[in-house]
Design a protein around this ligand. Structure first.
Ligand SMILES: [Cu+2]
Length: 475
């Protein structure tokens, strides 16, 4: 019988055979019906022994045995099809962070699909749109902090951009113990056997943030990380993504000024900054002109928790130097903020001066409680934010707590309201840091039917209740 690889895979999934091919990208093919190119990827989630180049070996939870997971890189308008097989001891899903996919593909267990049980498989398929830098990650329990994330890059179908190099930097906070981040809250002697026997997520009190002991870029801790090579005169693009579970970074590149070109995948008017602040779930594309030959460090500012370990060396071709030069964080420093950024994406929503619907979202918790709340409620016992298709919806965040909360909305981009400039210039994002004791407003067009998760992207705040759901009224 003549059976194509694709049919074989379908058959394999149908009967629940665990498949593990060494390569992840199965190839591309033209879909018969609509001539869109289909990019197929084969992912298996499993525990695997890893080493970050510094510190001990430990067991992380991985896609295809690697951290971060394999890169997905396709062109805008193509189809992404991921065959996911779950070899973890608990259920899993994949969420396509930032991408407005159809609701059934959004990967939130209990909201858009049933969790994929151990030994079972699931096929995710959606059109890659829009172009930009995104993250895929598990949306189950504490799996994000155990290693289940990877980069998803959608290149524009034309006008690729005016740069000579394109590097992706995933910023990662690690607990280098078997099981990753949540492990510090478990018995230290626990092996994988224990992990299989117990379901940690059934425990009634949520875990608090771990103390991280390693900050890695693309799974490597400095100095065990290969320098990014640049040549004098080149324009270098860095896709900086923060899949960390509870770390916000302030980054600076020694010897160069960073120009921010994209926020959460969406183009903005290029803006220069000394320091780039990036919260959990956020992505920024930045560029710099390689006009200062040497050996330099891009590193995170030390805010007291050891984030300053996060470092990436950048080496000019032909330069011989032993030690890279670190950036200075001595003020004054320019920090480009949301309020300085201007969107390049035209406004296409309803022609309404004021949003048709608004919800106040009070963020609190942390002081005398292990829970984090929106309007005093803990998910799933939370308010539902009801919207109608086509409406312009406003969310007003009031952060009454002493912690920053990177709030993330699934299925939609939103604009950060900035009354001093026209709406079409408000930047388009999917994750926004709401700082302690501050207010901030966002606005989105309800243009993607379904039940959509809305939550803090601090994984430990999410697990401690800081989530609710946007639901569409049937019209
Ligand atoms: Cu939070």
């Amino acid at each position: 019988m003549d059976i194509t690889r694709r049919e074989f895979l379908r058959a394999a999934i149908g009967v629940g055979i665990a498949f593990q091919f060494p390569g992840i990208k199965l190839g591309t093919l033209k879909a018969e019906e609509n001539s869109k190119r289909v990019n197929e990827f084969n992912f298996t989630t499993s525990p695997a022994r890893v080493n970050l180049g510094r510190g001990p070996d430990f067991v992380a939870w991985t896609y295809n045995g690697q951290i971060p997971g394999p890169e997905i890189r396709v062109k805008e308008g193509e189809i992404i099809r991921v065959f996911l097989h779950n070899s973890l001891p608990e259920e899993t899903t994949i969420h396509w962070h930032g991408l407005p996919v159809p609701n059934a593909m959004d990967g939130v267990p209990g909201v858009t699909q049933a969790g994929i049980s151990p030994g079972k498989s699931f096929i995710y398929e959606f059109e890659a749109r829009p172009a930009g830098s995104f993250i895929y990650h598990s949306h189950v329990g504490y799996q994000l902090d155990q290693g289940l994330y990877g980069p998803l890059i959608i290149e524009p179908s034309h006008n690729p951009g005016d740069y000579d190099r394109d590097y992706t930097l995933m910023l990662e906070d690690w607990v280098m113990q078997d099981g990753g981040g949540p492990a510090t809250k478990r018995r230290r002697t626990m092996g994988m056997g224990m992990m299989r026997r117990r379901n940690f997520h059934s425990s009634s009190v949520p875990l608090t943030e771990p103390v991280y002991d390693g900050y890695a870029v693309n799974g490597r801790i400095y100095p065990a990380i290969e320098p990014l090579i640049v040549k004098k005169g080149e324009r270098v693009k860095l896709r900086i993504m923060n899949p960390s579970s509870s770390t916000i970074y302030n980054l600076r590149l020694a010897g160069h000024i960073l120009t921010i070109t994209h926020a959460d995948g969406n183009p903005i008017e290029p803006i220069n900054t000394d320091v780039l602040r990036i919260g959990m779930g956020e992505r920024y594309d930045v560029e710099f002109r390689a006009d200062n030959p040497g050996f330099w460090l891009l590193s995170a500012m030390d805010t007291g928790d050891g984030e300053s370990q996060l470092k990436v060396p950048i080496l000019y071709k032909g330069i011989r130097a032993k030690e890279p030069v670190p950036p200075s964080f001595i003020p004054p420093l320019r920090y480009a903020s949301y309020w300085d950024m201007r969107s390049k994406i035209p406004y296409t929503g309803p022609d309404k001066r004021y949003p048709e619907r608004g919800y106040r979202q009070v963020l609190s918790g942390g002081m005398h409680s292990p829970y984090w709340t929106i309007n005093g409620r803990i998910y799933p016992n939370a308010d539902r934010l009801s919207v109608k298709k086509g409406e312009l919806v406003k969310l007003s965040y009031w952060n009454h707590s002493m912690m920053p909360h990177p709030m993330h909305l699934h299925g939609h981009f939103f604009r950060i309201r900035n009354p001093s400039i026209p709406r079409e210039l408000w930047i388009l994002k999917d994750t926004v840091i709401v700082d302690p004791m501050r207010r901030l407003e966002i606005e989105f067009i309800a243009d993607n039917r379904g039940n959509w998760f809305h939550h803090c992207h601090n994984l430990y705040h999410l697990a401690a209740g800081m989530a609710n759901m946007v639901v569409y009224e049937s019209s």
